[in-house]
Design a protein around this ligand. Structure first.
Ligand code: HEC
Ligand code: HEC
Length: 354
């Protein structure tokens, strides 16, 4: 009898594990002061999609992070309020719950912290302060009751902290694993990758040196390492000003003393957060999960396809004074290029998110 039970449980477990939507992902850590509840997640979803929280009522978080587009906008650089465009490509929010820092230059330390940014960004939601958001919420027919249920607060006490907590809770449900790669690698089902994609995995880890930064650990893979690198993309926008920038900084001057455009400031990357010259042009390693769904690529959206990404690395990137030593010419054959792209196409998660 006991054996029989174990047998049944064994079958149930193995069929469950092959459909495990988080296969290949690390454990999700949730801040103690913002635990997940179904009501909070639903409230966050509503707030994420509410375009009344913008200067002209046209922009919500979902405008640039749309569920039909793998939580990106499929544009090179996003369209914000009044038809303005930002300098950086909108990254996907899927699996952002696992990152140690948020934004491409890591300037936010949590999803809660991150969500404070877009509302006041003049080319995104374009609000001058958070008051408009709170007023819309207080005068809405349903929000006050929902905030009361979720946070146990009276209407008068609703504050921006509650708004970003709910949004972050919603974002922590946007996680995606169990790709064909995960089923092959962590699920040990060798039928899941084509021969070409399996060769691509080998190239990714060895000749291509890609896993140096787009990490694969023994029990999970985020295809990112929470580090920042200069791989040369977009650097030509500041190359001519570079000696000016460096001499200004070295003589105690500030970036603001120079006449740089918003696009050029954006290219400074991690430098904008740390102020260290060595961080000029460094950006956070992006995840490659769902990468086939999130073109165009790179922080400036300048690379249109995965084939072009591979060509970019193959040539050793666009050289500059600060380019990382792990970026060098790779001398791929045409077949190796195809294999790498096939591998990246196997990183699309199995679950649908809304
Ligand atoms: C106008 C387009 C736009 C809107 C609206 C917008 N975002 Fe973004 N989002 C971006 C861009 C562009 C970036 C990258 C900016 C950067 O790194 O400097 C980004 C970055 C992020 C990131 C960090 C991802 C990572 O890889 O670190 C998260 C999370 C995020 N947005 C969530 C939100 C939320 C929540 C809202 C609504 C409060 C929102 N976004 C509104 C365009 C937008
Ligand atoms: C030195 C670290 C490093 C190495 C090695 C590396 N990458 Fe990257 N990768 C990055 C960084 C950093 C970015 C973001 C750069 C940017 O936005 O300008 C990136 C961006 C990408 C993107 C675009 C992601 C997106 O969402 O826009 C793809 C695809 C990619 N890399 C694939 C690869 C492949 C394939 C290889 C090996 C041939 C590789 N990378 C090697 C650090 C690295």
């Amino acid at each position: 009898m006991q054996m029989f039970l174990i047998f049944i449980v064994g079958i149930a477990f193995s069929s469950l594990s092959s459909a495990n939507p988080t296969l290949g992902l690390p454990a999700l850590s949730v801040p103690e002061n913002n635990l997940q509840t179904p009501d909070k997640i639903e409230l966050g979803r509503l707030l994420f999609h509410d375009s009344r929280f913008s200067g002209d009522g046209s922009i919500s978080c979902a405008s640039c992070h749309h569920s039909d587009k793998a939580f990106t906008d499929a544009l090179n650089t996003p369209l914000g309020i009044n038809g303005q465009t930002g300098a950086r490509n909108a990254p996907t929010v899927i699996n952002a719950a696992f990152y140690k820092t948020l934004f491409l230059d890591g300037r936010a330390k949590s999803l809660e912290d991150q969500a404070l940014g877009p509302f006041l960004n003049p080319v995104e939601h374009g609000l001058s302060d958070y008051k408009k958001i709170i007023n819309v919420i207080k005068s809405d027919s349903a929000y006050p009751e929902r905030f009361k249920q979720v946070f146990g607060i009276a209407t008068d006490d609703i504050a921006i902290e509650h708004v970003v907590k709910a949004i972050a809770s919603f974002e922590r449900t946007l996680i995606s694993g169990n790709s064909l790669f995960d089923q092959y690698y962590f699920g040990r089902d060798h039928s899941k990758l084509s021969e070409s994609a399996a060769r691509g995995l080998r190239i990714f880890r060895r000749k291509g040196n890609c896993a140096n930064c787009h990490e694969i650990s023994w029990d999970n893979a985020l295809f990112m390492d929470n580090q920042f690198y200069n791989i040369g993309v977009g650097f030509k926008r500041i190359d001519k000003q570079l000696s000016d920038i460096i001499s200004t900084l070295q003589t105690g001057g500030k970036i603001e003393d120079l006449d740089l455009s918003a696009e050029q400031i954006s290219e400074l990357g991690l430098f904008n957060v740390t102020g260290f010259i060595k961080d000029i042009g460094k950006f956070k390693t992006p995840t490659l999960r769902n990468i086939a769904l999130t073109a165009p690529y790179m922080h400036d959206g300048s690379v249109e396809s995965l084939e072009e990404v591979v060509d970019y690395y193959d040539k050793g990137g666009d050289k500059n004074r600060f380019i990382d030593s792990a970026i060098f010419p790779l001398h791929f054959t045409d077949q190796e290029k195809i294999d790498l792209v096939e591998f990246m196409k196997a990183l699309t998660g199995s679950n649908k998110m809304k």
